[in-house]
Design a protein. Structure first.
Length: 128
């Protein structure tokens, strides 16, 4: 089952361009998203105490070509598209869950690691 939505967070590792075959490559990177919740005690917004959500973002075909070399570790972005949940085994032997992109509709760079490069991220008004 896929869920359509958006996620805003930080790219926490340099994007990896993996060659799958002679004609197919995938650009992937981890996006960490912190959900903000209002504290009942203080009335202030704070990071969700249940932790950070890790999303594996994979760009394929035209999306990969459009963003190759333009996204970097430390960039703060919004990804719009469809996502699905997957279960995996953690190093400590427990089960973990993570989200992965299924189809990317658009990416918007909110804050680039290198602000001088901001204009290069939005060739078509912030998406592709």
């Amino acid at each position: 089952m896929t869920i359509k939505g958006s996620a805003t967070g930080s790219i926490v590792a340099e994007p990896d361009d993996r060659k799958i075959s002679d004609k197919f490559s995938i650009l992937s990177f981890p996006l960490y998203v912190n959900r903000r919740v209002k504290s009942r005690e203080t009335g202030e917004y704070e990071n969700d105490p249940t932790g950070t959500t890790k999303i594996k973002v994979e760009l394929k075909f035209d999306a990969r070509d459009e963003w190759l070399g333009k996204l970097h570790q430390g960039d703060f972005i919004t990804v719009n598209g469809s996502f699905f949940e997957r279960e995996y085994d953690k190093k400590d032997g427990t089960k973990g869950r993570s989200l992965q992109t299924d189809f990317i509709e658009s990416i918007e760079v909110k804050k680039a690691k290198n602000p001088a490069q901001d204009d290069s991220f939005a060739p078509d008004g912030g998406g592709w």
